[in-house]
Design a protein around this ligand. Structure first.
Ligand code: FAD
Length: 316
């Protein structure tokens, strides 16, 4: 355990610790990977800034961890500082809700519905925190998080300066946001809600429960990062169906017949979804990487295109 040197920071840091050599295996959905050299769990904006300062002084790389639902961590771990924000405040203000980066998105949905506010339930059952969800701009069918995110506070990596930003700052697209430049990290985000009555709320809760039930049947629910590869961009593919470009990577993976069959060690392509990989029990991150390379090679051989990861590779 390493205690932050108080003299280096403006804010009180009496009970804020930077830990050393902390396992990341139990902190991500794949349940693989090595240790973090340094690990911090800031509980407010000041301790977040202190964590950044610690990394700056030691010249460490930074990785901000959410629920670990869209990452693969190297078996060698991460040599820098892993920051897992514990910013968990949820504040309602008229038809808006502001949630800390560390809030689990499903908790936010549940609390909104309990307070008779709808909009966010379209993302029911998608694992992750508010921070990780804004990073990738979570999406489900026609809904993107960016349709609801109004504003946010982000912290600048270099200076620790906190900025108030609006939706346009994020430059949101499919699987895309300014956060991916890794110059800023999300502290909190504000979403536009719709006030509903008790009956409408009961309907939305039913819809939420049905979506979760449906997803549990359709996708693996543990030992996975969800979709490993992103869908193709239209300019990357030539195949069409009904006049539309076939951009869905799962289509190509299905065609090569890997579902529930292709395997390296304990890493297997899910029998439920051709673009999802599952750790059956004791897979390593290296097994998963080897499996994804096999999948890429097979798609390339048959279709001449190479699927690209959506999953974030950490420490490789
Ligand atoms: C079973 C399953 C189903 C899924 N289904 C879907 C789906 O339908 N739609 C969809 O869009 N996604 C889906 N995903 C992917 C995943 O749920 C999302 O990407 C989710 O938002 C990840 O959030 P996280 O907190 O776990 O982020 P992590 O996996 O911990 O991190 C992902 C990235 O976000 C960055 N990040 C995290 N917090 C912050 C922050 N505060 N500031 C800046 N960057 C940050 C990390 O540095 C990392 O680069 C699924 C995943 C699983 C396991």
């Amino acid at each position: 355990m390493q205690k932050i040197n108080k003299q280096n920071f403006n804010q009180q840091t009496s009970n804020f610790l930077i830990q050393e050599n902390i396992s990341l295996k139990d902190k991500n959905w794949f349940q693989t990977g090595g240790n973090a050299r340094y690990f911090a769990e800031p509980f407010d904006n000041a301790t977040f800034a202190q964590s950044l300062n610690f990394a700056k002084e030691k010249n460490l790389e930074i990785f901000v961890l959410g629920e670990g639902a869209n990452i693969l961590i190297s078996d060698d771990g991460f040599k820098g500082l892993v920051i897992r924000p514990q910013l968990k405040e949820i504040i309602f203000n008229n038809d808006f809700v502001t949630a800390g980066a560390g809030v689990k998105f499903q908790n936010l949905i549940d609390i909104c519905l309990d307070n008779n506010f709808s909009n966010l339930e379209e993302f029911s059952g998608i694992p992750g925190t508010v921070g990780g969800s804004a990073f990738i701009n979570i999406h489900y069918f026609e809904f993107l998080l960016s349709q609801f995110l109004i504003s946010a506070q982000v912290i600048e990596k270099q200076s620790g300066k906190i900025l108030d930003v609006d939706n346009s700052w994020f430059n949101f697209g499919y699987n895309n946001s300014t956060l991916q430049l890794k110059e800023h990290f999300l502290l909190n985000a504000t979403f536009k809600l719709k006030k509903i009555n008790e009956i409408e709320s009961a309907y939305c809760k039913g819809r939420r429960d049905e979506m979760i039930r449906h997803r549990a049947k359709r996708y693996p629910t543990k030992g996975t990062c969800g979709s490993f590869f992103r869908n193709f961009y239209e300019n990357e593919v030539t195949l069409e169906s009904g006049g539309k470009k076939l951009i869905f990577v799962a289509y190509y993976l299905d065609k090569i017949g890997v579902k529930g069959v292709l395997k390296v060690g304990d890493a297997i392509v899910s029998h439920q979804h051709a673009n999802m990989i599952v750790n059956l029990a004791n897979a390593t991150s290296n097994d998963i990487i080897q499996l994804t390379q096999k999948m890429q090679n097979l798609v390339k051989e048959q279709f001449g295109i190479v699927p690209q990861p959506e999953c974030q590779l950490i420490g490789f």
